[in-house]
Design a protein around this ligand. Structure first.
Ligand code: ATP
Ligand code: MG
Length: 415
């Protein structure tokens, strides 16, 4: 069963029980664009409690807001089909600018009004094959226009994240932002600073992973969003744009840490760490991002680098991203691509066991010779590893001989 088939079956179940049930929002937009939706959302006249007899397995955490997750059959990959089923609702007042204080169950027409942009505000009945478009989303999609539903000022005041979503949606679907919507976004942009780090980060992730990321950054700048969400970038925004444009030659979707590293390359490692912390990026994202920014220029000397320095870089899990970063920066600044080509050749022509051989000596070997773990211990192991990677210590005996020599040198005896 595909996600789409499951989404259709949920609608059928609801309609058979006498409720109105429709696909809603992003999935309708994606279907009209011929894209495969990442997830389908169902909107229905049924209340959360009315779903209970119809769907045995549910997650009701959001039921308070009228949203229930329905869990379907198992997929081939071992996870379950899930879908959000939301009761038609209109949102109450937004006093905190983020979440509605109350929700009121209502009609499809009113439910459309609470959504952010016309292209995101359509419903589709997959049983009758019928579009329900109360907001002119279809015409805007055809004309490639992003337009807030209703008064853009009011909508952006309710939820400031929508300003950032405007940049992301326009980026993703190649839409021009309607002038009234754009003016409101520009005027309200400083207030995006009240939005939580997690929500901002999620939008940035999607925006920078997208192939159209160069336009994404241009839109962030045009709407005045750099200052409230990435103030550190303000002085180097031009350089970021040039580097991102160069990165686009790689094409397609790219890992967010790579695209973000290209964007932040000029601010340096310490500032990048601060940005990652403020945006509450995951450790995995943050480590990769900071590693890339810190090592952005290390490959410049690749051709003359000692093997013991180059090999560990080449076997680092982030090497492909580092090469892409290097290529982008070299292209943007008219620098040489020779180091990238050199590394690519070495990676292609060198067997992995030569780039990253199992260590000739381990801590256990040193303990077996009666040495005690400690800082000097690590220095010895590092020295042996360096010698190994440079072809000076290929066997255990050669490793031990080196340790013996180092121990004989004054000042390097383990404490
Ligand atoms: P994506 O493919 O990135 O998930 P999406 O349009 O499906 O894009 P979601 O965040 O999944 O975005 O939201 C689903 C729908 O809910 C949107 O299409 C829109 O109708 C509505 N929506 C989401 N976030 C907001 C918001 N902040 N304000 C108003 N409506 C929103
Ligand atoms: Mg979605």
């Amino acid at each position: 069963m595909t996600d789409r088939e499951f989404a259709l079956s949920v609608v059928r179940t609801l309609q058979s029980a006498g409720f109105t049930a429709l696909w809603a929002g992003g999935c309708v937009r994606d279907e009209f664009l011929g894209l495969v939706p990442e997830d389908y959302d169902v909107a229905t006249s049924a209340r959360p409690e009315q779903l209970r007899p119809l769907f045995r397995r549910r997650n009701e955490i959001g039921a308070h807001f009228g949203v229930v997750q329905v869990i379907g059959p198992k997929k081939a990959d071992g996870t379950w089909h899930t879908i959000e089923v939301a009761s038609f609702r209109s949102d109450g007042a937004y006093t905190d600018g983020r979440r509605p204080d109350t929700v009121t169950f209502s009609t499809p027409e009113e439910d459309a009004q609470r959504r952010d942009f016309t292209v995101n505000g359509m419903f589709f009945d997959p049983v009758r094959n019928e579009l329900l478009d109360f907001v002119g989303g279809r015409a805007d999609l055809d004309a490639k226009v992003l337009r807030a539903i209703g008064d853009p000022f009011a909508r952006f005041t309710e939820d400031k994240l929508r300003i950032l979503r405007a940049a992301r949606m326009a980026t993703r679907f190649g839409l021009a932002i309607d002038p009234t919507t754009r003016d409101a976004a520009q005027q309200m942009a400083p207030q995006v600073s009240v939005v939580s780090a997690e929500r901002v980060a999620e939008e940035l992730r999607k925006l920078f992973a997208h192939p159209n990321r160069t336009r994404g950054l241009a839109l962030l700048r045009e709407l005045g969003l750099i200052e409230p969400i990435l103030p550190e970038l303000t002085p180097s925004a031009d350089r970021a744009s040039a580097a991102l444009a160069a990165l686009s030659e790689v094409g397609g979707r790219l890992p967010f840490p790579l695209a973000f590293a290209v964007t932040l390359h000029a601010v340096g490692r310490a500032v990048t760490e601060r940005v990652a912390e403020r945006l509450k990026l995951s450790n995995v994202e943050s480590d990769r991002l900071c590693w890339l920014v810190a090592n952005q220029s290390v490959l410049t000397d690749a051709e003359v680098m000692r093997p013991s320095k180059l090999k560990p870089l080449l076997v680092h899990p982030g090497i492909d991203d580092l090469l892409a970063l290097h290529r982008a920066l070299a292209t943007a600044t008219g620098g040489s691509l020779a180091p990238v080509e050199f590394c690519t050749r070495v990676l292609r022509d060198t067997p992995p066991e030569e780039l990253n051989p199992p260590p000739v000596l381990t801590g256990a070997d040193l303990i077996a010779r009666g040495l005690k773990p400690g800082p000097a211990f690590k220095r010895l192991l590092d020295a042996v590893r360096e010698a190994q990677l440079e072809g000076r210590a290929a066997t255990k005996e050669q490793g031990h001989a080196l340790v013996t020599r180092l121990l004989a040198e004054p000042g390097d005896a383990p404490e």
